[in-house]
Ligand binder design. Structure first.
Ligand SMILES: [Zn+2]
Length: 452
């Protein structure tokens, strides 16, 4: 197995009149690097909404000395973005040592919410993702794992600073991890570094810098029993989940982006506690939605194939689990279901667009993005009701065999449905994929729940 060592060295100073992490040096040692390109990184992502950070001093060396390189486009490794490769201009001897410094994003004029995977600073620290900060080793085989050690050097930060990564077992005092990971595993990570505050209990971690305009500890306390209930429900007692708060300098804020076992959630620095007062319920809902993604998962290599399940089953569980666990009333749950199924899906102008068509337009018209959520949720609820009615068990049987790092395939779902509900079940699934609007019973979500 190839070896990859990464050392992250954040620097402290002024950035846009804030005292914070204002740059980060990334150093990597990788061997043996036979592939061309040796490294890769995303370029234009999510319709240009999320850039790789500005950098300087990309240096490459090997046992011989300086290793000249060229950067040029490569076939994409993800539907949502283009990729570039770093091509050494001669054969490398021994480990390649890469070094570069990246800088927090300066937001463009009029910038508003978009995916939160970018490298962004705020007073006291910054957060970001592996995908948009690390140039990672390229492999022809995306399933190839590397023996990885990642560590932080926090010597340049004020005393008491911390660094938290979403991945792996902690070591060296909790500021790094080691394990065998693919390029994608390392890309799909989130981290925060700086002078941070934290709520950490039973595997649930919430991290923030300045105090947000809401009682984050109180909210975390409310979510903790739901997290415990979910771990129990999905039979995954060792699950961990981390949330990184991000302070946006604009309003409205309130976006979120997720990676396995973590998400970044944004709030506006301009909001007062009064502004936020009506949003607490919404914020908690987003938190639970992202946390619930840990379990129901389907491969979505061709975007659209698994979105209906990843989002729809997550919507189903994050709405129903708080109700089943006694944390949300029937009335509140009915209200949420009405919004998710009726407003966001059945009244959506794209409600009849097939699953595979939606990704083609969803960054031009954001309304289309809601369709797989409501469509998948309704289909899951109908399927669950049918299984129960026919005494055929529950979809939990297949859901709990998988997780966000071990998603089921579309074929596995089809096989499961065929085995349980036969040809009729399979046809119902195909109709959902094609975008047909189903009929459903009013008591689909339970006798106390109303869908008006
Ligand atoms: Zn989601």
């Amino acid at each position: 197995m190839k070896k990859l060592k990464i050392v992250l060295t954040p620097e402290w100073g002024e950035f846009q009149q804030m005292e914070t992490v204002n740059a980060m040096q990334v150093e990597e040692w990788y061997e043996p690097a036979e592939a061309a390109p040796a490294f890769c990184f995303p370029d234009i992502a999510f319709g240009g909404r999320c850039p790789f950070p500005e950098w300087d001093e990309l240096q490459m060396e090997d046992a011989v000395g300086q290793l000249p390189y060229e950067i040029r486009p490569i076939p994409t490794l993800d539907d949502n973005m283009t990729f570039r490769g770093v091509f050494p201009e001669r054969t490398a001897e021994g480990a390649i040592h890469v070094r570069y410094r990246i800088f927090p994003r300066i937001l463009p004029e009029g910038y508003r919410r978009s995916p939160c995977f970018d490298f962004r600073a705020e007073p006291n620290g910054l957060n970001g993702t592996g995908l948009f900060s690390l140039i990672l080793p390229y492999s022809e085989d995306e399933k190839e794992k590397m023996e990885t050690v990642l560590s932080w050097d926090l010597s340049g930060l004020p005393e008491g600073s911390r660094a938290i990564f979403s991945l792996g077992e902690s070591f060296c005092g909790g500021i790094g991890f080691r394990g065998n990971y693919t390029r994608k595993d390392l890309a799909d990570t989130m981290f925060a570094v700086g002078r941070m505050q934290a709520f950490e209990k039973d595997g649930l971690g919430v991290y923030w810098f300045l105090d947000p305009p809401f009682d984050i500890r109180g909210i975390a306390e409310k979510i903790l029993p739901i997290f415990r209930y979910e771990k129990n429900y999905f039979e995954d007692s060792s699950a961990e989940f981390r949330v990184f708060l991000r302070r946006d300098p604009f309003t409205p804020s309130g976006a979120g982006s997720a990676c396995p076992y973590a998400f970044i959630s944004t709030y506006s620095a301009l909001d007062t506690p009064e502004d936020f007062a009506g949003d607490e319920e919404k914020w908690i809902d987003v938190f639970i939605h992202e946390m619930t993604h840990t379990w129901p998962a389907m491969e979505d290599q061709t975007t659209g194939d698994g979105t209906w399940f990843c989002e729809g089953a997550t919507e189903y569980y994050c709405t129903m689990i708080p109700y089943w666990g006694g944390f949300a009333s029937a009335e509140e749950t009915s209200r949420k279901i009405h919004r998710k199924i009726v407003e966001d899906y059945l009244e959506n102008p794209y409600r009849e667009m097939p699953n595979r068509e939606i990704p083609k337009i969803q960054w031009q018209d954001l309304r289309a993005q809601h369709v797989p959520y409501g469509r998948g949720m309704l289909y899951i609820a109908r399927t669950e009701a049918k299984l129960r009615e026919e005494g055929k068990g529950s979809i939990l049987e297949i859901v709990k065999k998988h997780s966000i790092t071990n998603p089921m395939t579309r074929q596995e779902w089809k096989d499961f449905i065929f085995e349980k509900l036969g040809q009729e079940g399979l046809e119902d699934y195909q109709h959902m994929e094609e975008g047909r609007i189903p009929t459903f019973e009013k008591d689909l979500f339970g006798p106390e729940i109303r869908i008006d």
